[in-house]
Design a protein around this ligand. Structure first.
Ligand code: BGN
Length: 328
């Protein structure tokens, strides 16, 4: 018997054991990789039109000589960028037609006006990508829009809910009927993802590459959310009590449900986003307690849009966005 045979057998035995371990690992990874909903409940593409909230800012100049803008082509578009293509496109950016972060189509009258509210601190490299990317994306949509960056200009714990409330107050004061609450690290990939409100709150970022393009849970409203200004006021906006990362969006979802509103979504092939990389913010360890306290005590009546406190605030128009600087 040749000498190498027992070693070979041993190796074979090891290999089978390794094979088992590898198979188990694959099973575990598979389990975690498939949690969430790929086929979540959504509106059907052919019915979207009847859900659209068709309102423009009354201050927008409507010219009778121009036709009404059309949206069917946008909603039916199948053009999609791949994750790796998305961040490269900002090189071809010519800021034509944009003033104070606002744009309206030239050759037709839009039927949607939306305020894009972006909460922000210390993410210059993401903002540099986000702003041109979004203008390029939105200018193709035939909508009237304005981008607001709401920057927390202090070192105190991050308070996203409060920043959204401040941005919403400003946009509502400027007569915007629809608010789109937008993370600075998310870029839409599908041209058919029309930036407009529906008659019910609309969670727009249901399919993000970071989450393997699945909806991680059904009540998620974080990322990108479109809500009418009237509904935002009805909910009394966000709780101002969440400091640090996480929870304020889940609390907002509770407000939506308490007010008997529902969360609508477009199909996944119209709701894809790529997330720009960044390191995870410090999580707020009190977020679970605040959430359950808010729900049990029905805090939403006195904690929100009607109780916004801050030290200082400034509103500065820049060409590509309006900057609302806040010290909380
Ligand atoms: C959740 C966070 C959300 C966040 C999503 C996606 C909480 C509260 C505990 C239930 N919620 O876990 O704020 O948007 O992840 O990242 O942490």
């Amino acid at each position: 018997m040749p000498k190498w045979l027992p070693i070979h057998r041993l190796l074979q035995l090891r290999l089978t054991r390794y094979a088992w371990i590898i198979l188990c690992l694959i099973a575990i990874i598979q389990f975690f990789a498939t949690y969430g909903y790929y086929n979540y409940e959504h509106l059907e593409e052919e019915n979207l039109n009847k859900y659209l909230y068709k309102h423009v800012n009354p201050k927008l100049m409507i010219k009778k000589s121009k036709p009404e803008c059309k949206y069917e082509g946008i909603l039916q578009s199948t053009k999609t960028l791949h994750t790796w293509e998305a961040t490269k496109t900002f090189n071809d950016f010519i800021p034509k037609g944009i003033m104070n972060g606002s744009y309206a189509p030239e050759d037709c009258n839009p039927i949607f006006s939306v305020a894009i509210l972006v909460t922000y601190r210390n993410r210059q490299s993401q903002l540099d990508i986000f702003i041109p990317y979004m203008h390029n994306f939105l200018r193709k949509q035939n909508i009237h829009y304005k981008i607001y960056i709401i920057e927390q200009q202090d070192d105190k714990p991050w308070n996203k809910g409060l920043l959204y409330n401040i941005g919403a107050k400003q946009a509502i004061a400027e007569n915007f009927p629809c608010l789109i609450l937008h993370d600075v690290d998310l870029l839409p990939l599908d041209e058919s993802n029309l930036y407009a409100c529906l008659h019910q709150p609309r969670h727009m970022s249901a399919s993000i590459d970071k989450f393997r393009f699945v909806l991680i849970y059904k009540t998620l409203v974080g990322g990108v959310l479109a809500i009418t200004s009237d509904q935002y006021k009805k909910l009394n906006g966000f709780s101002n009590r969440f400091q640090g990362w996480g929870g304020e969006d889940d609390d907002f979802a509770t407000r939506i449900m308490e007010n008997k509103l529902s969360i609508l979504r477009f199909p996944n092939y119209m709701s894809r986003y790529t997330m720009l990389l960044h390191k995870q913010e410090a999580k707020n360890s009190a977020r679970y307690d605040i959430m359950s306290e808010n729900t049990s005590k029905r805090n939403s009546e006195h904690d929100g849009l009607n109780s916004v406190h801050f030290e200082t605030i400034s509103v500065k128009p820049h060409r590509l966005f309006t900057l609302i600087g806040v010290r909380v």
